[in-house]
Design a protein around this ligand. Structure first.
Ligand code: FES
Length: 107
């Protein structure tokens, strides 16, 4: 299974295995990775699943869509060009080793 390496808001790192087809948000919430809230359950309406993708991997995940960018403008932690809503990033084998940093504040 592909792995995701999370850098958590407290600076600690956690590597987990993800089920292909699950989103990064679903994976984090299911496995108890701290920092991703996922309040709307992936409905693209809360922006509490904000992560920053590693600069070397942003082309693999793709950039935020226009609507996602609008949502990110309402995120508590200001977005950057590496920001994604993690409910919109679906894990595949091609994303094995994905590295994301969780936004420090989500609510
Ligand atoms: S979980 Fe709500 S926008 Fe991602």
């Amino acid at each position: 299974m592909p792995t995701i390496e999370f850098t958590c808001p407290d600076g600690s790192c956690r590597t987990v295995e993800a089920r292909p087809g699950a989103s990064v948000m679903e994976t984090a919430v299911k496995l108890g990775v701290p920092g991703i809230v996922g309040e709307c359950g992936g409905g693209l309406s809360c922006a509490t699943c904000h992560v920053f993708v590693d600069v070397d991997q942003i082309d693999l995940t793709g950039r935020a869509t226009d609507f996602e960018e609008e949502m990110l403008e309402d995120a508590v932690t200001p977005p950057t060009e590496l920001s994604r809503l993690s409910c919109q990033v679906t894990m595949t084998d091609a994303l094995d080793g994905l590295r994301v940093t969780i936004a420090k504040e989500q609510q």
